[in-house]
Design a protein around this ligand. Structure first.
Ligand code: C5P
Length: 245
């Protein structure tokens, strides 16, 4: 038996396809998904997304669209054409942009989620941007995303517990800002461990540098998967028994 809805999304933030695919080939699609962000997409474009799909991995295309409604809608349609599992737009693009994105990606196919407030923003950035307190702002933006019919939001795990009334099978919480106990926050500010994020009610956890920059990425990912299992989510090794992560 394998995990059918993997919790961990590995952020393949690499400068080229060769390094991304090196790690990807060691991943078990039953245990994790992958995320293609700005760096890898700028370097390699849609080809790397297709290559990852060819490995059987489900891809979260994290390009965080934020533009006028027409432009975002058309970009969303092209992203969905790639057959990815999930795409995102910035909730700060506002209701009309979110609704246009939703119309471009009908429910039931590629999942469309809204980025609320970047997990790298701390109180200073929030003040400098005039966005107030992050918890309240994330909640407001999450409500806006739900209203526009999106499939969920990207938020900090710190905010997940306060969004449980919005959460459901049709509205998921995706949380970057995951840091194992004692590891460096890097540029992230609103972080939690895997166990904390799951206890807070996050559905999917994005993990990047703690895995990709680890001396042994495979071991680091195995530790993450073990933490997910220990929290009673994801469960069983399944295909991992074939020697893949
Ligand atoms: O390396 P790290 O675990 O911090 O990577 C987090 C990943 O999640 C990065 O690829 C980053 O672009 C992405 N992300 C984020 N905060 C958001 C949305 C996406 O950190 N709000």
């Amino acid at each position: 038996m394998s995990c059918e809805d993997p919790v961990i999304i590995v952020a393949l933030d690499f400068p080229d396809a060769s390094r991304a695919l090196d790690l990807a080939r060691r991943l078990d699609p039953a245990q994790c998904r992958v995320k293609v962000g700005l760096e890898l997409f700028c370097a390699e474009g849609p080809a790397v997304v297709r290559a990852l799909g060819g490995l059987g991995l489900e891809v979260f295309l994290d390009l965080k669209f934020h533009d006028i409604p027409n432009t975002v809608a058309r970009a969303c349609a092209r992203a969905a054409d790639l057959g990815v599992w999930m795409v995102n737009v910035h909730a700060l693009g506002g209701p009309r942009m979110l609704e246009a994105a939703r119309r471009a990606i009908p429910s039931g196919g590629t999942r469309l989620v809204g980025v609320t407030i970047l997990t790298s923003h701390g109180p200073e950035e929030m003040a400098a941007l005039g966005l107030g307190e992050s918890g309240a702002r994330v909640r407001g933006l999450s409500g806006m995303c739900r209203e526009a019919g999106l499939d969920g939001v990207v938020c900090s795990p710190q905010e997940a517990s306060g969004l449980q009334d919005l959460r459901g099978a049709d509205f998921v919480l995706v949380t970057p800002g995951i840091r194992p106990e004692g590891s460096a926050p890097d540029d992230q500010r609103r972080t939690q461990t895997i166990a904390q994020a799951l206890a807070s009610g996050a559905d999917y956890l994005v993990v990047g540098r703690p895995v990709t920059q680890a001396p042994d990425p495979a071991a680091a990912l195995a530790a993450c998967l073990a933490e997910v299992r220990a929290a009673g989510r994801g469960a069983v090794l399944g295909n991992g028994q074939r020697g893949r992560l």
